[in-house]
Design a protein around this ligand. Structure first.
Ligand code: RP5
Length: 166
């Protein structure tokens, strides 16, 4: 990572969210996009959230990926305090399989958008791909890398199903 602020911030409510959010980080790595990952809890570290969200744009971030589970207020509260695009990842909670996280993130009032992804790993990967797509609008090299990533994905899909190995 360079000393310069990376374009993407990956924030999450708890260390326990990292297993899910690492999928976003790995996807950004695959696309050669710099990021910074931070633990910021809307409930346990509200001052940290306030400072991060209010300063994120001036700090130099371009896109924020925010993952949280349960009463998942982190993406929405972040979006309330920054004009940057915020993509929310509902982390799969143990008690409600992430439905609580999803509903907490997706039902934003009109005026403060959070781009809400699927629950869990797929959501984390897609949040990174959406962040890449946003950044690619102003970066032709990244647009080429994203095209290549998608082409590799297509090429990796077998045309015919196989029996799994015994
Ligand atoms: C949320 O509470 C976090 O985003 C996490 O998904 C959930 C549980 O946190 P821990 O109790 O595992 O720290 O704020």
């Amino acid at each position: 990572m360079t000393a310069e602020t990376p374009p993407v911030a990956i924030i999450m409510g708890s260390q326990s969210d990292w297993e899910t959010m690492k999928n976003a980080a790995d996807t950004l790595d695959a696309l050669d996009i710099e990021y910074e990952a931070r633990i910021i809890s809307a409930h346990r570290t509200p001052d940290r959230l306030y400072d991060f969200a209010n300063g994120a744009k001036d700090e130099g971030f371009k896109v924020i990926i925010a993952g949280a589970g349960g009463a998942a207020h982190l993406p929405g509260m972040t979006a309330a305090m920054t004009p940057l695009p915020v993509f929310g990842v509902p982390v799969q909670s143990k008690t409600m399989s992430g439905q609580d996280s999803l509903y907490s993130i997706v039902q934003m009032p009109a005026g403060i958008p959070v781009g809400t992804l699927a629950i869990g790993k797929a959501g984390a990967i897609n949040a990174a791909l959406l962040a890449a797509a946003v950044l690619a609008l102003g970066d032709e090299d990244l647009a080429d890398r994203l095209d290549a990533w998608r082409a590799r994905q297509s090429a990796a899909v077998a045309e015919y199903p196989m029996d799994s190995a015994q």
